[in-house]
Ligand binder design. Structure first.
Ligand code: ATR
Length: 283
C-alpha cells in the first residue's frame, strides 16, 4: 500500500517567530483534512538564511511560509515567482514544484482580497482608500490592481513611499492608482468607498488608531483592518459607529494559509477550522 514517503513537511521561517500563530492553524487544518502534514516553526538568524534555505531544498521540503524579516531577502534563493510576489516584491509562501525547483508566491494580498470579495462581491466599480505603503499595504495594493478595482488611492505617512508604490503599479491593469497627502485627520466622506487600514498602527498597542475620521451617514462603506488581534480594533470600532460594514484581519490571515495549503497539497482545507484554531490561540 505504501508507495513512498509523503511530501508532508512544511515550515515557517522568521525572526522572531515567538507569537506567530500559523502553526496552530496548519496543525488543525491537517487534522481536519486527514493529511499527515507536519508544520515546523523555525527562528533563523539572518546570516543563516541561505544555509537554512539550502537545507530545506536538500530535504525536499514541500513548502512553507516566510515572515519578517525575510520576505524580500529570500528572492535570490528561489527559482521562480508568481506575479503577486514580483509586483509586491515580497514572498510569504514557498512551494516545491514538480521539477524540484522552488516558487515564491505572495498569498497575503490574495488572502485579503478573498475576504473582501466574500464580503462585498464584485469590486470592479469600487474605489479603495488604502492606508500604508509597507509590506502589508503593498501586497494588498497589488491584488486590488490585479483584480481591476476602479481606483486605488494610497495614503501613507511618508507620501514618497506611497508614490513609489503607485508608480510600480500604474499601467499594470486599467486600475487608476493615485496618492493623497495625509496631513491632520483624513476624513472619509464618500459613500461606497472601501477603506483599508494596512499600517502597523494598532499592531502592538490595540488602543491606537490611525488619524482618520468617518463622516456620519455613510451607508455603504466597507472598513477593513489588517491587524488581526484583536479582531475588533479601534479603527474598526470607529468605522462601525457611523454604520460602516467592517472586515477584520483574521480572515486575511486564514485565507493566506488556505491558499498556501492549496499551493502545497492541491487540497482545499477547511477555513472555518483554521479560523477557530487562531481564535483559540489568541484567547
Ligand atoms: P508591515 O509589514 O506591517 O506592512 P512595514 O512594512 O514596516 O510593516 O510598514 C509599516 C507601515 O505602517 C508603513 O506604511 C508606515 O508608514 P511610513 O511609510 O511613513 O513609515 C506605517 N506606520 C507606522 N507607524 C505609523 C504611525 N505612527 N502613523 C502612521 N503610519 C505609520
Amino acid at each position: 500500500l505504501m508507495k513512498g514517503p509523503l511530501p508532508s513537511l512544511f515550515f515557517c521561517i522568521g525572526n522572531p517567530v515567538v507569537g506567530n500563530p500559523t502553526q496552530y492553524m496548519m496543525e488543525e487544518a491537517f487534522l481536519a483534512m486527514d493529511f499527515p502534514g507536519q508544520y515546523i516553526t523555525c527562528e533563523v538568524e539572518p546570516n543563516q538564511l541561505q544555509t537554512a534555505l539550502e537545507g530545506l531544498k536538500a530535504l525536499k521540503v514541500a513548502g512553507g511560509n516566510v515572515t519578517a524579516p525575510f520576505k524580500q531577502l529570500v528572492f535570490p534563493y528561489l527559482d521562480s515567482f508568481t506575479e503577486s510576489a514580483r509586483l509586491s516584491n515580497a514572498v510569504n509562501c514557498i512551494t516545491l514544484q514538480a521539477d524540484g525547483t522552488y516558487q515564491g508566491d505572495n498569498t497575503d494580498g490574495k488572502g485579503f482580497l478573498q475576504s473582501l470579495q466574500e464580503q462585498v462581491g464584485n469590486l470592479s466599480e469600487r474605489r479603495v482608500v488604502l492606508f500604508g505603503a509597507g509590506g502589508a499595504a503593498s501586497a494588498i495594493a497589488v491584488e486590488l490592481v490585479l483584480c481591476e478595482v476602479q481606483e486605488v488611492i494610497l495614503v501613507n505617512r511618508t507620501r514618497e513611499k506611497a508614490e513609489a508604490l503607485a508608480q510600480r503599479l500604474r499601467g499594470v491593469t486599467k486600475t487608476t492608482v493615485s496618492t493623497q497627502a495625509w496631513e491632520g485627520t483624513y476624513q472619509i466622506e464618500e459613500d461606497g468607498l472601501v477603506v483599508v487600514q494596512a499600517t502597523s498602527v494598532g499592531l502592538f498597542d490595540e488602543k491606537r488608531c490611525i488619524d482618520v475620521a468617518f463622516s456620519q451617514g455613510l451607508q455603504d462603506v466597507i472598513a477593513c483592518d489588517v491587524v488581526f488581534n484583536p479582531t475588533d480594533t479601534a479603527f474598526l470600532k470607529r468605522a462601525r459607529e457611523v454604520g460602516a460594514t467592517t472586515l477584520d484581519g483574521l480572515g486575511m490571515l486564514v485565507n493566506q494559509g488556505v491558499l498556501g495549503l492549496q499551493n502545497w497539497t492541491g487540497m482545499v482545507p477547511d477555513a472555518q477550522v483554521m479560523r477557530a484554531a487562531l481564535e483559540k490561540a489568541f484567547s
